[in-house]
Design a protein around this ligand. Structure first.
Ligand code: NG1
Ligand code: ZN
Length: 560
């Protein structure tokens, strides 16, 4: 295209930009000085006190993204997940219910950091031109928030951004992150043959509870499950679903539900606390739990799930046993592969993990199905899982789900017309219900919990039997504060460093000194730190390796 032609086109595309309205609204949401924002592993996340302008600007992005997708509904979720209560953040949800398209992420970062009105408008213009956005298309955005005290204020800022573009608003209110993903997909598929479910919170509960009830029908009940809701939004959501599922189908004790208590969120409880510290939520041993009880924990926005139990007195630290995302992936992969075999259909099951997956889980899974390793972040796992007919993906921290390709769903439905045996028919019915039970848009603590409960019930397993699949290698995850985490660059699905120069060689040398050891280093995408992961065959080697690698990181960067 000639230079003049492209200038004319750019002018034409951006003439509809409501510059005055945007700048007027933006004046009420000034960017704090001296703060640099970055769209990380799962959106923008930092201290809530500095996020007002970011939320306003993400409102603008949401409107543009919807326009880009011909007015389809997109989602914005105000949450900082498992992070402390004083943090907050915003995650953008694309029209199929998945994470925002990665190509938009750098623009979110640029817009969040624009420090003058001119810069703000110029970033918006570059988004419009880059993605060829027709501004005359009306936008619709559904938005929700978690239980953080800062969330309602930040939602107001977000709405101001949306309104500046005349966006049609769907206020979802208090929601879990996966519920918001569900709503986006349900809105966009309503009235089509692919209708995902009623676009309402009730629709969400109905869809998954009906599938669960069909799956567990006739299968003897298990002992009650104890759930730690992290004092977050998972508490009201879990309580709500128990209205759709009677206690004999889902015997459950719901704990850590103090959503209104200041400072309680994710504090000494929740999936992240349990996984990172490899211990019970603080004080849980006094809540009347016993050895062998099935326990699980959600994170603050209920998109992560971790199971655990005690194989001795709960008051003894050594009795704690973790059933993390890797164990959930193994349980689900095993069960689903078995169903596919029984169903006698030509469907390939695969599993997706990150480098944080315990080496034992990878070994276990590889003996059963193909396994892919991706960089950290659900968007990578989700995408890789789409390559399989049925793709199970889980991060070790408990974020994950199972994806059924449209072809797999068609095959399952078609085979039901002429199953090869009664056992095949039963397996096909189970597979069909699993496509309904599992939230295929994103990891969902409640839906994943029902999946685990169903499988354990079908197998009549307690936590020990499940745990018996393989023994985790001793492992440790450390945070190292460095001056500039952007100096750390990785390759090979984040398993190796390319920068700072020479550091990887030093890590290799150190790892080589320990039996069956593995360690890798990467910058966090959600916190201002570098993470060090270490795994060893011998428990006695673990601290020495993890601390040794952390020391190398500090020496290479100059710690803060
Ligand atoms: P970062 O901070 O990039 O390591 C963490 C988790 C991710 C993912 C995101 C989003 C670990 C080691 N990292 O990312 O897996 O869940 O938060 O919440 O658990
Ligand atoms: Zn979360």
């Amino acid at each position: 295209m000639l230079m003049q032609d492209s200038i004319d086109l750019a002018l034409k595309m951006t003439t509809g930009l409501p510059t005055k309205l945007i700048l007027k609204a933006s004046a009420a949401h000034p960017k704090p000085e001296g703060v640099t924002f970055s769209y990380g592993t799962a959106g923008l996340r930092t201290k809530a006190a500095v996020l007002d302008s970011v939320c306003f600007r993400m409102g603008l992005i949401g409107a543009l993204r919807s326009k880009r997708l011909q007015g389809k509904v997109v989602g914005l979720m105000v949450t900082a997940s498992h992070n402390p209560e004083e943090d907050n953040g915003i995650k953008a949800v694309d029209s199929r219910g998945e994470m925002l398209e990665a190509a938009w992420e750098p623009f979110c970062t640029q817009l969040a950091n624009a420090s003058t009105d001119d810069e703000l408008i110029s970033v918006l213009e570059s988004i419009i031109i880059t993605f060829k956005i027709d501004l005359s298309i009306p936008a619709t955005v559904v938005y929700g928030h978690d239980t953080r005290p800062s969330s309602p204020h930040l939602v107001k800022a977000l709405v101001d951004g949306l309104v500046a573009f005349g966006t049609q608003l769907i206020d979802a209110g208090l929601k879990t992150t996966p519920q918001l993903h569900y709503l986006v997909k349900a809105h966009n598929t309503k009235g089509t043959p692919e209708a995902y479910g009623e676009p309402s919170e009730e629709g969400y509960y109905k869809k998954i509870s009906q599938a669960y009830l069909k799956l567990v029908a006739g299968k003897p009940s298990l002992s009650p499950l104890v759930v730690d809701c992290a004092n977050g939004v998972g508490a009201p959501a879990l309580l709500a679903i128990t209205k759709y599922i009677a206690a004999d189908a889902l015997p459950v004790r719901i704990l850590r539900t103090s959503t209104g208590v200041q400072g309680a969120l994710n504090n000494g409880c929740g999936a992240d606390f349990v996984k990172t510290n490899q211990r019970l939520p603080i004080g849980l041993e006094k809540d009347g739990i016993e050895a062998g009880d099935r326990l699980c924990a959600f994170d603050g926005d209920a998109d992560r799930l971790i199971y655990f139990y005690c194989n001795g007195p709960p008051s003894t630290k050594s009795s704690f046993r973790l059933l993390d995302g890797d164990k959930i992936a193994s349980l689900a992969t095993d069960y689903i592969s078995e169903l596919v075999k029984k169903a006698d259909i030509d469907i390939k099951v695969g599993c997706v993990q990150t480098a944080y997956a315990n080496g034992s889980s990878t070994k276990y899974l590889k003996q059963r199905v193909p396994v892919t390793c991706t960089p950290t972040g659900v968007k990578y796992l989700h995408h890789a899982a789409e390559a399989y007919d049925i793709g199970v993906y889980f991060e070790a921290n408990g974020h994950g789900t199972v994806l059924f390709s449209p072809e797999a769903v068609r095959t399952i439905k078609a085979a039901q017309a002429s199953p090869s045996s009664p056992a095949a028919q039963d397996a096909l019915e189970q597979l069909e219900q699993l496509t309904e039970l599992i939230n295929q848009t994103v990891g969902d603590a409640i839906s994943d919990m029902l999946l685990v409960e169903f499988i354990l019930r079908a197998r009549q397993w307690g936590p020990e039997e499940w745990d018996g699949a393989y023994e985790d290698l001793p492992n440790k995850l450390l945070k190292v504060n460095v001056k500039d985490r952007s100096a750390f660059k990785t390759t090979d699905a984040e398993r190796r460093l390319t920068s700072p120069a020479g550091l990887q060689e030093k890590i290799d040398e150190l790892v080589g000194k320990y039996k069956g050891a593995r360690s890798f280093v990467r910058p966090s995408g959600t916190e201002d730190c570098v993470r060090v992961y270490a795994e060893t065959a011998l428990a006695s080697d673990l601290d020495s390796l993890a601390n040794g690698v952390a020391k190398l990181v500090q020496e290479s960067s100059g710690s803060t």
